[in-house]
Design a protein around this ligand. Structure first.
Ligand code: SF4
Ligand code: SF4
Length: 251
Protein backbone atom coordinates (compact mmCIF):
# COMPACT_ATOMS: atom_id res chain seq x y z
CA UNK A 1 0.00 0.00 0.00
CA UNK A 2 1.19 3.49 -0.81
CA UNK A 3 1.09 6.34 1.68
CA UNK A 4 -1.74 7.86 -0.38
CA UNK A 5 -3.79 4.69 -0.05
CA UNK A 6 -3.04 4.52 3.68
CA UNK A 7 -4.27 8.09 4.13
CA UNK A 8 -7.45 7.48 2.14
CA UNK A 9 -8.17 4.19 3.90
CA UNK A 10 -7.77 5.84 7.29
CA UNK A 11 -10.10 8.70 6.37
CA UNK A 12 -12.73 6.26 5.12
CA UNK A 13 -12.38 4.07 8.22
CA UNK A 14 -12.89 7.17 10.37
CA UNK A 15 -16.19 7.91 8.62
CA UNK A 16 -15.35 9.95 5.51
CA UNK A 17 -17.41 9.27 2.40
CA UNK A 18 -15.06 10.88 -0.14
CA UNK A 19 -11.35 11.68 -0.19
CA UNK A 20 -9.22 13.32 -2.89
CA UNK A 21 -5.74 14.78 -3.27
CA UNK A 22 -4.59 17.91 -5.11
CA UNK A 23 -0.89 18.62 -5.68
CA UNK A 24 0.09 22.13 -4.58
CA UNK A 25 0.70 23.10 -8.23
CA UNK A 26 -3.08 23.17 -8.78
CA UNK A 27 -3.27 26.29 -6.60
CA UNK A 28 -1.00 28.36 -8.82
CA UNK A 29 -2.91 31.50 -9.67
CA UNK A 30 -5.01 31.34 -6.51
CA UNK A 31 -5.28 34.72 -4.73
CA UNK A 32 -2.29 35.06 -2.39
CA UNK A 33 -4.45 35.23 0.72
CA UNK A 34 -6.20 31.96 -0.20
CA UNK A 35 -3.12 29.98 -1.24
CA UNK A 36 -2.55 26.90 1.00
CA UNK A 37 1.13 27.83 1.34
CA UNK A 38 0.01 31.00 3.08
CA UNK A 39 -0.94 28.74 5.97
CA UNK A 40 1.74 26.08 5.65
CA UNK A 41 4.56 27.26 3.35
CA UNK A 42 5.98 23.75 2.88
CA UNK A 43 2.66 22.30 1.65
CA UNK A 44 3.07 19.79 -1.18
CA UNK A 45 -0.35 18.10 -1.14
CA UNK A 46 -3.83 19.26 -0.19
CA UNK A 47 -6.35 16.63 0.88
CA UNK A 48 -10.10 17.13 0.63
CA UNK A 49 -12.36 14.98 2.81
CA UNK A 50 -16.17 14.94 2.60
CA UNK A 51 -18.96 13.44 4.70
CA UNK A 52 -22.48 13.22 3.28
CA UNK A 53 -25.65 14.53 4.85
CA UNK A 54 -28.27 12.11 6.09
CA UNK A 55 -31.27 12.49 3.79
CA UNK A 56 -33.58 12.02 6.77
CA UNK A 57 -32.44 15.12 8.61
CA UNK A 58 -33.03 17.23 5.50
CA UNK A 59 -36.76 16.33 5.45
CA UNK A 60 -37.96 18.42 8.42
CA UNK A 61 -35.77 21.28 7.19
CA UNK A 62 -37.19 21.08 3.66
CA UNK A 63 -40.74 21.00 5.05
CA UNK A 64 -40.07 24.03 7.29
CA UNK A 65 -41.15 22.07 10.34
CA UNK A 66 -38.14 22.05 12.65
CA UNK A 67 -34.54 23.08 12.11
CA UNK A 68 -32.67 21.37 14.93
CA UNK A 69 -31.79 18.08 13.15
CA UNK A 70 -30.17 19.94 10.23
CA UNK A 71 -28.71 22.66 12.42
CA UNK A 72 -27.01 20.05 14.59
CA UNK A 73 -26.17 17.00 12.48
CA UNK A 74 -26.05 18.78 9.12
CA UNK A 75 -24.09 21.79 10.23
CA UNK A 76 -22.70 22.26 13.72
CA UNK A 77 -21.78 18.73 14.72
CA UNK A 78 -20.91 17.58 11.20
CA UNK A 79 -18.60 20.53 10.57
CA UNK A 80 -17.36 21.47 14.01
CA UNK A 81 -16.80 17.98 15.37
CA UNK A 82 -17.07 15.04 12.96
CA UNK A 83 -15.19 16.38 9.93
CA UNK A 84 -12.63 18.16 12.06
CA UNK A 85 -12.05 14.98 14.05
CA UNK A 86 -11.37 12.98 10.86
CA UNK A 87 -8.97 15.70 9.62
CA UNK A 88 -7.17 15.77 12.96
CA UNK A 89 -6.63 12.00 13.01
CA UNK A 90 -5.46 11.95 9.37
CA UNK A 91 -3.05 14.77 10.26
CA UNK A 92 -1.73 12.87 13.28
CA UNK A 93 -1.16 9.82 11.08
CA UNK A 94 0.79 11.86 8.52
CA UNK A 95 2.89 13.53 11.22
CA UNK A 96 3.65 10.05 12.62
CA UNK A 97 5.04 9.24 9.15
CA UNK A 98 7.29 12.33 9.38
CA UNK A 99 5.31 14.96 7.42
CA UNK A 100 4.29 18.35 8.80
CA UNK A 101 0.50 18.46 8.48
CA UNK A 102 -2.10 21.14 9.18
CA UNK A 103 -5.84 20.39 9.21
CA UNK A 104 -8.02 23.33 8.18
CA UNK A 105 -11.40 23.50 9.97
CA UNK A 106 -14.53 22.58 8.12
CA UNK A 107 -16.69 25.42 9.43
CA UNK A 108 -14.29 28.21 8.34
CA UNK A 109 -15.63 29.85 5.21
CA UNK A 110 -16.21 33.26 3.70
CA UNK A 111 -14.11 36.40 3.63
CA UNK A 112 -12.21 35.72 6.84
CA UNK A 113 -11.09 32.21 5.93
CA UNK A 114 -7.63 31.53 4.49
CA UNK A 115 -8.74 28.35 2.73
CA UNK A 116 -11.93 27.54 0.86
CA UNK A 117 -12.80 23.93 1.62
CA UNK A 118 -15.05 23.92 -1.46
CA UNK A 119 -12.33 25.17 -3.81
CA UNK A 120 -9.99 22.53 -2.39
CA UNK A 121 -12.64 19.85 -3.03
CA UNK A 122 -12.76 20.91 -6.68
CA UNK A 123 -8.95 21.00 -7.02
CA UNK A 124 -8.70 17.56 -5.41
CA UNK A 125 -11.12 15.92 -7.84
CA UNK A 126 -13.82 15.38 -5.23
CA UNK A 127 -16.33 17.97 -6.42
CA UNK A 128 -17.36 20.55 -8.97
CA UNK A 129 -19.12 23.87 -8.37
CA UNK A 130 -22.82 24.22 -9.10
CA UNK A 131 -24.88 27.31 -9.87
CA UNK A 132 -25.75 27.76 -6.17
CA UNK A 133 -22.05 28.26 -5.24
CA UNK A 134 -21.88 24.88 -3.47
CA UNK A 135 -19.44 22.16 -4.44
CA UNK A 136 -21.27 19.12 -5.85
CA UNK A 137 -20.16 15.50 -6.13
CA UNK A 138 -21.38 12.85 -8.59
CA UNK A 139 -22.66 10.60 -5.80
CA UNK A 140 -24.17 12.96 -3.24
CA UNK A 141 -24.93 16.01 -5.37
CA UNK A 142 -24.92 19.07 -3.09
CA UNK A 143 -25.45 17.03 0.08
CA UNK A 144 -22.09 16.82 1.85
CA UNK A 145 -19.63 18.99 3.75
CA UNK A 146 -15.85 19.24 3.45
CA UNK A 147 -12.68 19.61 5.46
CA UNK A 148 -9.09 20.14 4.27
CA UNK A 149 -5.68 18.79 5.28
CA UNK A 150 -2.41 20.44 4.18
CA UNK A 151 0.71 18.30 4.28
CA UNK A 152 4.35 18.21 3.26
CA UNK A 153 3.87 14.63 2.02
CA UNK A 154 3.92 14.22 -1.76
CA UNK A 155 0.76 12.18 -2.27
CA UNK A 156 -0.61 10.80 -5.54
CA UNK A 157 -2.98 13.30 -7.14
CA UNK A 158 -6.55 12.53 -8.18
CA UNK A 159 -7.80 13.76 -11.56
CA UNK A 160 -10.17 16.70 -11.45
CA UNK A 161 -13.78 16.05 -12.48
CA UNK A 162 -14.30 17.04 -16.12
CA UNK A 163 -18.07 16.57 -16.52
CA UNK A 164 -20.44 19.28 -15.35
CA UNK A 165 -22.63 18.11 -12.45
CA UNK A 166 -25.08 21.04 -12.50
CA UNK A 167 -27.83 21.59 -15.07
CA UNK A 168 -26.88 25.21 -15.68
CA UNK A 169 -29.62 27.29 -17.33
CA UNK A 170 -32.13 24.41 -17.26
CA UNK A 171 -32.85 23.78 -13.60
CA UNK A 172 -32.65 26.75 -11.21
CA UNK A 173 -34.34 24.77 -8.42
CA UNK A 174 -31.80 26.29 -6.04
CA UNK A 175 -32.77 29.80 -7.19
CA UNK A 176 -36.46 29.05 -6.76
CA UNK A 177 -35.93 27.49 -3.32
CA UNK A 178 -33.88 30.34 -1.84
CA UNK A 179 -36.13 32.23 0.63
CA UNK A 180 -33.84 35.28 0.49
CA UNK A 181 -33.58 35.64 -3.31
CA UNK A 182 -29.82 35.53 -2.77
CA UNK A 183 -28.92 33.42 -5.83
CA UNK A 184 -29.03 35.30 -9.12
CA UNK A 185 -30.85 33.63 -12.01
CA UNK A 186 -29.10 35.75 -14.65
CA UNK A 187 -25.74 36.95 -13.40
CA UNK A 188 -22.74 34.61 -13.28
CA UNK A 189 -19.30 34.75 -11.69
CA UNK A 190 -16.47 33.04 -13.57
CA UNK A 191 -12.91 32.05 -12.62
CA UNK A 192 -10.52 29.12 -12.98
CA UNK A 193 -9.26 26.38 -10.68
CA UNK A 194 -6.10 24.71 -11.98
CA UNK A 195 -6.96 25.92 -15.49
CA UNK A 196 -10.48 24.50 -15.32
CA UNK A 197 -13.21 27.10 -15.94
CA UNK A 198 -15.73 27.56 -13.14
CA UNK A 199 -19.08 29.30 -13.46
CA UNK A 200 -21.59 29.97 -10.72
CA UNK A 201 -24.36 32.39 -9.85
CA UNK A 202 -23.64 35.79 -8.44
CA UNK A 203 -24.57 35.27 -4.78
CA UNK A 204 -25.74 38.05 -2.49
CA UNK A 205 -23.77 36.91 0.55
CA UNK A 206 -25.40 39.53 2.77
CA UNK A 207 -28.88 38.22 2.03
CA UNK A 208 -27.76 34.61 2.37
CA UNK A 209 -25.96 35.25 5.65
CA UNK A 210 -28.91 37.07 7.13
CA UNK A 211 -31.34 34.35 6.12
CA UNK A 212 -28.93 31.59 7.08
CA UNK A 213 -28.72 33.07 10.55
CA UNK A 214 -32.49 32.90 10.92
CA UNK A 215 -33.11 36.61 10.55
CA UNK A 216 -34.08 39.17 7.96
CA UNK A 217 -36.04 39.53 4.77
CA UNK A 218 -35.90 35.92 3.69
CA UNK A 219 -37.72 34.69 6.72
CA UNK A 220 -40.43 37.31 6.46
CA UNK A 221 -41.75 35.35 3.50
CA UNK A 222 -42.25 32.29 5.61
CA UNK A 223 -45.38 31.43 7.55
CA UNK A 224 -45.65 32.24 11.24
CA UNK A 225 -45.02 28.72 12.50
CA UNK A 226 -41.58 28.84 10.96
CA UNK A 227 -40.71 32.00 12.86
CA UNK A 228 -41.20 29.97 16.01
CA UNK A 229 -39.25 26.90 15.02
CA UNK A 230 -36.55 28.46 12.83
CA UNK A 231 -34.60 30.15 15.55
CA UNK A 232 -31.53 32.33 15.16
CA UNK A 233 -28.70 30.32 13.61
CA UNK A 234 -31.30 28.29 11.73
CA UNK A 235 -28.91 27.33 8.94
CA UNK A 236 -31.18 27.58 5.93
CA UNK A 237 -29.65 25.18 3.38
CA UNK A 238 -32.62 25.27 0.99
CA UNK A 239 -30.30 25.53 -2.05
CA UNK A 240 -28.50 22.37 -0.93
CA UNK A 241 -31.69 20.52 -0.02
CA UNK A 242 -33.62 21.30 -3.22
CA UNK A 243 -30.79 20.51 -5.65
CA UNK A 244 -31.92 17.26 -7.32
CA UNK A 245 -28.47 15.97 -8.28
CA UNK A 246 -26.61 12.93 -6.94
CA UNK A 247 -27.02 9.21 -7.51
CA UNK A 248 -27.20 8.26 -3.80
CA UNK A 249 -30.80 8.33 -2.61
CA UNK A 250 -31.99 5.99 0.16
CA UNK A 251 -35.69 5.07 0.10
S1 SF4 B 1 -28.43 28.98 2.29
FE1 SF4 B 1 -30.57 29.66 2.03
S2 SF4 B 1 -30.43 31.91 1.85
FE2 SF4 B 1 -28.36 31.09 1.47
S3 SF4 B 1 -28.27 30.87 -0.78
FE3 SF4 B 1 -28.91 28.87 0.09
S4 SF4 B 1 -31.14 28.94 -0.03
FE4 SF4 B 1 -30.44 31.06 -0.22
S1 SF4 C 1 -30.49 23.06 -8.15
FE1 SF4 C 1 -30.16 22.80 -10.37
S2 SF4 C 1 -29.19 24.75 -11.03
FE2 SF4 C 1 -29.03 24.65 -8.79
S3 SF4 C 1 -27.03 23.72 -8.44
FE3 SF4 C 1 -28.52 22.03 -8.42
S4 SF4 C 1 -28.52 21.27 -10.55
FE4 SF4 C 1 -27.54 23.29 -10.56
Amino acid sequence: MSLTNDVKSLALELGADLVGVAPIERFEGAPEFYHPQGLLPQTKSVISIAIRHLHGLLVPQKNWVENFPYQTYGYGWLSHIRLNSVAFEVSRFLEDQGYITCPYPSFCQGAGAAISNRHVAVAAGVAKFGWHNLAMTPKFGSKQRYVTVLTTAELEADPMIEDELCDFEECFKCVDACPADAISRDEAVTFEIAGQPVRMAKLDKGKCGTCHGGRGEGFKRIESRIHVTFTGGGHCGMCLIHCPKGTYAPR
